[in-house]
Design a protein around this ligand. Sequence first.
Ligand SMILES: [Zn+2]
Length: 224
Amino acid sequence: MIRRQQSSVRSLASISTQPMRESLGASVLVLNRFYVAVHVAGVRRSMSLLCRDLAEVVHMEDGQFANYDFDSWRLASELMSVERHPDDDWIRSVKFEIQVPKIIRLLFYERIPKQQLRFNRRNLFARDGNCCQYCCRTFPHSQLSLDHVIPRSRGGQTTWENVVCCCVNCNVEKGGRTPREARMKLASNPIRPKYSPLLVSKLENPKYESWRTFLPAAMKVKNA
Ligand SMILES: [Zn+2]
């Protein structure tokens, strides 16, 4: 056991000190001990939990889920590296490559955190699909801003129902006017999302299909 822990710590050090490839942008669904989805984590956080034996990998194989600790996942990765699937992400350390798991399970965490849907730029951009709600074009985050449909100067609130994703040009054109005054039509009525927009946007990507097994019933069906 001691030997295994030392080996894992060394592996963690070697992974964290090496530059990772683009797979750093991948997402990992985190389950609690009872296989209930609790949140979505990034690659660094997930690998750190795995290396410290605080979590294990839950991997879909032939329609069933198999569990791996860090060392067995590293070995499994070696085998899987022979025939790589385009949907899989990999990170490289000094001595080996390891597949980024899609799902991990926290071994000692039993709670179900209260779902808090944060009102922030990231979630709002995700709700609107990075699409300007006036010109209906998609932009990178750097070219997007938030628009108060009813301007703040007219008492408009900063809420899910009154703020939309908007490109810089449309924002300037609309100025401090209402859409009606500016003769600009909203692509859709802004609403408070039922589920995390980031999670929903991830589910549109087939590579995260295996997540649905652990999500609320309404999210298990495609396009729910
Ligand atoms: Zn626009």
